[in-house]
Design a protein around this ligand. Structure first.
Ligand code: FE2
Ligand code: FE2
Length: 303
């Protein structure tokens, strides 16, 4: 009973915060840059970004377009769950929908990246689909907490990298990052409420975190995309560890908790995973090592 009341509160808090920061994609887009591809076909060098930063924005777009699959998976997993989670998924879907939309239109208006190739990739990614592993609603919330924060940090890094080249894009990315912050806060606190409700769930947290991979990791060229992003925006394994994984684990008191015997081995494995990421970050540094080490070298996520 207390759990469902807390989830209700979190949902109401999200509604209040999201209404305060409400934005619409059409007001942020640089419509004045638009030109017909019929009269002026796309060619390299027409856009405002470097090829590498174009890859970063295109990758974000190709991740965000998986929304129909995310929504389908979350809806199925929360089917028998509390009402607040079901309602949150609806609002969340409406907010995420603006993300792929604004990036798609921005890339076309600004002529960053080949629009024909992007259209082909878009179809391919959506046709391939994205399956959320059926490990239960709690596991998916743990995973999604990491995903939302990772996305926020990623957008912030790319926004900083494009600040001078395209301030309009920087503002778009920071606006999306604010949405991701609110999504992250909802899932983080929902997971915390579930842990308060049943502390043995910490075992599942320790099992899910090491398996984290970004959604979209099955898109073509994902490892090389991650390498380019790490080298050109600084979002790599070190940023993931320090600005995503560690803060999330701290917020759930993963290291300080008295854990049940069943959670001791998974927590030890998580500690080893953390140490491994730390060694990679120390050894190669953000500028040289791809984020894929953190996000694609392990097994599928538990979504
Ligand atoms: Fe998003
Ligand atoms: Fe989000």
């Amino acid at each position: 009973m207390k759990l469902s009341a807390t989830l209700d509160d979190l949902y109401q808090r999200h509604l209040t915060q999201t209404q305060r920061g409400n934005w619409s994609y059409q007001s942020l887009l640089p419509w004045e840059r638009g030109k017909s591809f019929k009269t002026l076909p796309w060619a390299e060098g027409q856009g405002s970004l470097t090829p590498e930063l174009t890859v970063a924005v295109e990758t974000a777009f190709l991740t965000e377009i998986n929304l129909p699959w995310f929504t389908a998976g979350l809806k199925a997993l929360f089917e028998t769950g509390p009402l607040a989670l079901k309602e949150f998924v609806k609002v969340w879907t409406a907010e995420e929908d603006q993300h792929s939309r604004i990036l798609d239109v921005y890339l076309a208006l600004s002529r960053n990246g080949d629009p024909d190739r992007r259209a082909m990739l878009r179809k391919q990614v959506l046709t391939d689909g994205y399956e959320i592993d059926g490990n239960g609603g709690f596991a998916v919330m743990v995973y999604t907490t990491l995903q939302e924060l990772a996305t926020r940090v990623f957008y912030q890094h790319v926004a900083k990298a494009v600040d001078v080249l395209d301030p309009v894009l920087a503002l778009i990315l920071r606006t999306i990052a604010k949405d991701e912050t609110l999504h992250f806060a909802f899932y983080r606190d929902a997971v915390r409420a579930y842990l308060d409700d049943d502390p043995t769930r910490i075992a599942m947290v320790c099992e899910v975190v090491p398996r984290f991979r970004m959604p979209g990791s099955e898109m073509p060229d994902f490892p090389s995309r991650m390498r380019i992003i790490a080298q050109n925006s600084g979002y790599g394994v070190g940023a993931y560890l320090n600005a995503v994984m560690d803060p999330v684990l701290r917020s759930w008191d993963v290291w300080e908790r008295d854990v049940p015997t069943a959670a001791l081995a998974p927590r030890q494995a998580l500690l080893a995973h953390r140490a491994r990421l730390g060694r990679i970050a120390d050894r190669v540094g953000e500028k040289e090592h791809p984020a894929q080490t953190a996000m694609s070298s392990t097994s599928r996520p538990s979504r």
